[in-house]
Design a protein around this ligand. Structure first.
Ligand code: M6R
Length: 364
């Protein structure tokens, strides 16, 4: 059932182009996005003055990207919360709030409880989930399914990238109903989304470079991930993935935060994985990379194809095809998933079933 792959995780990483195609199909067309399946009052989508996204783990990281893209395209403030925090703090939501819960399994106890809390306060809940018939899908006001297919490995991969696609679809849908973007902008993003599955295939083709990097980092006790804007959210996901399956201590920082403390930890040869896919903050990110280089860090960068600058500052550069900035995370996370995988394999870890973790956390 692993279809010739050594582990479910790597099989699922390679299934991402298909998972993304299936998730986009019928939703994103030449003019924009058709989300008539979202059964939430159009007036609320038009008028809402706050969106709250609630989730755990990797799904929370998808929510963080959601914040950037929804705020950017639909011009509505978005709060993102960890479900186990949200549910215990008498959250401020009401009938004018659109709450989005994100859960691969649709069964995570804290996310389910957070959803119930939000609904009891009158908020409308849109669930982004991968499992048809799951408890969250049954109790939500509306569901937007990710069509990733069954995800078996504990480490989430294809569920995450399809959640990112779903976030972009929601952002576009909100922008359409709220009239916050021109038809040309919407069309350009819709076109870019449709190119994503083939672009993921291109990223997957860099497996040999990723393997070589994992040979370098497998013996390290600490790895740092840095990035700005949506790249920061991707850094958090890359760091979680590495911790979860290779047991290497990893931390992610907004690159601009380095000098507020973390730089003290950067010494000779410490691996720093720098995400630099966002053009509007590229120069700022380069300054941060120079800060760690000056402390002799071992820099691995993820940047857009055709970027000539970055090679001067990094030992290795992993590239992603050019796309709209809001979509870059779907591409940029892929080499990080592979890096975690090959590092965990090199360390002889139980990749699909990391210690102490369960696929679906149905206890609090
Ligand atoms: O099923 P869910 O999406 O609600 O699960 C949330 C987290 O437990 C999950 O994403 C977890 O963080 C993954 N093991 C990370 O790879």
């Amino acid at each position: 059932e692993k279809g010739g792959y050594d582990h479910f995780m790597i099989k699922e990483i390679y299934e991402q182009p298909k998972a993304l195609r299936d998730t986009i199909l019928g939703r994103v067309n030449g003019d924009g996005v058709n989300l008539s399946e979202i059964k939430i009052d159009l007036e609320l989508l038009k008028k809402t003055n706050k969106v709250t996204i609630v989730a755990c783990g990797t799904a929370y990281h998808a929510g963080l990207v959601g914040k950037y893209v929804i705020e950017d395209l639909a011009r509505v403030p978005v709060e993102v919360d960890i479900a186990s925090e949200f549910r215990y703090r008498d959250p401020i939501v009401d009938e004018n709030t659109l709450v989005i819960v994100v859960s691969q399994s649709g069964e995570t106890a804290d996310t389910l409880a957070a959803m119930r809390e939000a609904r009891s306060k009158g908020a409308k809940v849109l669930a982004v989930t991968n499992v048809v018939g799951s408890t969250i899908s049954r109790e939500a006001d509306s569901v937007l399914y990710t069509w990733a297919g069954p995800e078996i490995a504990v480490a989430s991969t294809k569920a995450y990238t399809t959640q990112l696609a779903a976030m972009n679809c929601i952002a576009l849908a909100l922008a359409q109903v709220r009239g916050t973007q021109s038809a040309e902008t919407i069309k350009a993003i819709a076109d870019a989304i449709r190119e994503i599955p083939a672009q993921v295939e291109k990223v997957l083709a860099q497996a040999e470079t990723v393997k070589a990097i994992s040979e370098q980092i497998k013996t390290w006790d600490d790895v740092f991930f840095i990035g700005r804007s949506v790249d920061y959210a991707v850094a958090l996901e890359g760091s979680l993935k590495l911790k979860e399956i290779s047991y290497i201590h990893a931390e992610a920082y907004a690159a601009g935060e380095l000098k507020h403390g973390t730089l003290a930890l950067i010494t000779d040869n410490i691996p720093v994985i720098a995400l630099a896919t966002q053009e509007q903050v590229f120069d700022k990110t380069i300054s941060n990379i120079q800060e760690v280089k000056a402390r002799d860090a071992f820099v691995i960068a993820v940047a857009q194809e055709g970027n000539r600058e970055i090679a001067k500052f990094a030992e290795y550069v992993l590239t992603i095809p050019r796309t709209h900035p809001a979509l870059a995370p779907i591409l940029a996370v892929v080499p990080l998933q592979m890096l975690s995988y090959y590092t965990a394999v090199a360390r002889e870890c139980d990749v699909d079933k990391p210690r102490n973790l369960a696929k679906s956390v149905t206890v609090e």
